[in-house]
Write a protein that binds this ligand. Structure first.
Ligand code: NAP
Length: 257
C-alpha cells in the first residue's frame, strides 16, 4: 500500500517500448508476452496458431496495454518480414525481439529422418536468424534494441535423442554471441536465456518416472515455471541489463552447473 492507502503502482520499466514475442500464443512465450506487457511494453504476439489472438486479447485485458497478434510461420523469410512490418504498423518500431518459437522432433539419430532435422533447425535456429534480420535495420537506425533468444540447457550440455534440437539450441548461442559483437557499436544488445525443464505443453508428455528422473538431476529439485523464464527475459530486455550483451543466462534450477 502507498501512503494514500492505495495499492502501490507496479513499476513499468518497459514503458514506451514495443516488444515482439515469437511463439507467444502459449507456454513460455505466453508468459514472456504477459510479463513484458506488465512491465509497460506494447506487445506483439507472433504465432502459427490462432490461439495467439486470444492470448493477445487476454494480455490487453489484464494489463491495459495495446497488443496485436500476427499469424506467421517465422521459419519462412517472407512471412517473418511481413510479420515485422505488420507489427510496426500496428504498434510502432520494434525495440525488443524475443525469439521464443520452438519445436521438437525427438528420436535417436539412427531413426531420425532428414525432415525431423530440417524442421527443428528451420524453426528454432533459422527462424531466429530471419526475425533478428527483419528487426535489426530499424534497431540499428534508432540505436536502440534488445534481442533475446530462448536457447536451452541441452544446447550447452547435449541430450540423447535430441541431436537436432540440441544442435539448433547450441546454434542459437553462436548466433547470439556473433550478433552481439556485430551490433554492439550501435547500442543493440543480443542475449540468450537457456531454460532447463519448464512446465509447458512441450514437457507435459513426460511420464512420472521421467519427471522423477529429471528432478533428481536438478539441484533445486523441481521443474521450473514459464514465469521464471519470463523474469529473466524481462531483465535482459530492459535498462537494468544495459551493460550486458552476448551472455547466455541459464534458468534451469542448477541443472547446467
Ligand atoms: P510450446 O508450449 O510448444 O509453445 C511453442 C509455441 O511456438 C507454440 O505456440 C507454437 O505454435 C509456436 N510455434 C511453433 N513453430 C512456430 C513457427 N514456425 N512460427 C511461429 N510460431 C511457432 O513450447 P514452450 O515449452 O513454451 O517452449 C518455448 C521455447 O522455449 C522454445 O524455443 C523451446 O525450445 C524453449 N525451451 C523450452 C523448455 C521447456 O522445458 N518447455 C526448455 C528449454 C527451452 P503451435 O501452437 O501452432 O504449435
Amino acid at each position: 500500500m502507498n501512503e494514500c492507502g492505495g495499492r502501490a503502482a507496479r513499476p513499468t520499466p518497459l514503458e514506451d517500448r514495443v516488444a515482439l514475442v515469437t511463439g507467444g500464443a502459449r507456454g513460455i512465450g505466453r508468459a514472456i508476452a504477459l510479463r513484458l506487457a506488465e512491465d509497460g511494453a506494447r506487445v506483439a504476439v507472433i504465432d502459427l496458431s490462432d490461439t495467439g489472438a486470444q492470448t493477445a486479447r487476454e494480455i490487453e485485458e489484464t494489463t491495459g496495454r495495446a497488443t496485436t497478434f500476427v499469424k506467421a510461420d517465422i521459419s519462412k523469410e517472407p512471412e517473418a518480414r511481413a510479420a515485422v512490418a505488420a507489427v510496426e504498423t500496428a504498434l510502432g518500431p520494434v525495440d525488443i525481439l524475443v525469439n521464443n518459437a520452438g519445436i521438437t522432433r525427438d528420436g535417436l539419430i539412427l531413426v531420425m529422418d532428414e525432415g525431423d532435422w530440417d524442421a527443428v533447425l528451420a524453426v528454432n535456429l533459422k527462424g531466429a536468424f530471419l526475425m533478428s534480420k527483419a528487426v535489426l535495420r530499424g534497431m540499428i537506425r534508432r540505436r536502440r534494441g534488445s534481442i533475446i533468444s530462448i536457447s536451452s540447457v541441452v544446447g550447452r550440455r547435449g541430450n540423447a535423442g535430441q541431436v537436432n534440437y540440441s544442435a539448433a539450441k547450441a546454434g542459437l548461442i553462436g548466433l547470439t554471441k556473433s550478433l552481439a559483437r556485430e551490433v554492439a557499436s550501435r547500442d543493440v544488445r543480443v542475449n540468450a536465456v537457456a531454460p532447463g525443464y519448464i512446465e509447458t505443453d512441450m514437457t507435459a508428455a513426460l511420464d512420472e518416472p521421467a519427471r522423477n528422473a529429471i528432478m533428481k538431476q536438478v539441484p533445486l529439485g523441481r521443474i521450473g515455471t514459464p514465469e521464471a523464464v519470463a523474469d529473466a527475459v524481462a531483465f535482459l530486455a530492459g535498462d537494468s541489463a544495459s551493460f550486458i550483451t552476448g551472455v547466455v543466462l541459464p534458468v534451469d534450477g542448477g541443472l547446467g552447473i
